[in-house]
Ligand binder design. Sequence first.
Ligand code: B12
Length: 168
Amino acid sequence: MKYVDLLLINPPFHMRNGGGNFFPLGLGYIISSVETHNYTWASVDCTKIITTFFSDSLKILTEKLRIELAAYLPQIIGIGPCITSQLRALKIIVQCCSESFPNIPIVAGGPLASIDGQEWVFFEELGIQYIIKGDAEEAIPDAINAIKNLTILAIVNLSQHLDTSIII
Ligand code: B12
């Protein structure tokens, strides 16, 4: 199992005839910023798992995503770039992530998450805890930093309770 600060999940989409596909530029920007901050990352590209939203494909997505997620131990999960037409797949991704990592924060981002008035899609329909609106090159490293500091605080607290010294 590989420890990573950030696990990015690129949602799949139902490709049109003759449509193309490449790794999203927005995720590339986020990854570049995460590396600049010396954090680690990995990505699961769901467009490599399915290219249609027919029910057989969605079943394959559920099965294969579960297997891919089992390879990682992330601090935070980022799903995106989310767009309107991906809703059915987003439900599956959130469900698989919540099952595989029940205590790990999940954050969604991208064009759909950035539209005012669409927050309910993420919080109520998908059950995601956090969204980042707009560009995430600064917000994602900030979120990783906050989570790491919380973990350190928890360990310091525990060490005080136990009256032992823990070197972090
Ligand atoms: C280039 C582009 C494409 C390319 C490449 C897509 C790709 N995989 O990279 C192609 C031609 C393949 C394409 C296809 C489609 N596209 Co397009 N595309 C764009 C376009 C013009 C630019 C996207 C881009 O690269 N921006 C530059 C990067 C740096 O910015 P960004 O993606 O926004 O990323 C930043 C933030 O959003 C955020 N962010 C992004 N991802 C994440 C993830 C997390 C976890 C977090 C926290 C934040 C975050 O941080 C990033 C860095 O700052 C946008 C319009 C636009 N102006 O945004 C439409 C747009 C995204 N596409 C759209 C659509 C509808 C599609 C298609 C569904 C069309 C179709 N019917 O087939 C497909 C789906 C493809 C897919 N899922 O990848 C819509 C989405 C609308 C919506 N409401 O959801 C948009 C907004 C255009 C529009 N106004 O209609 N697209």
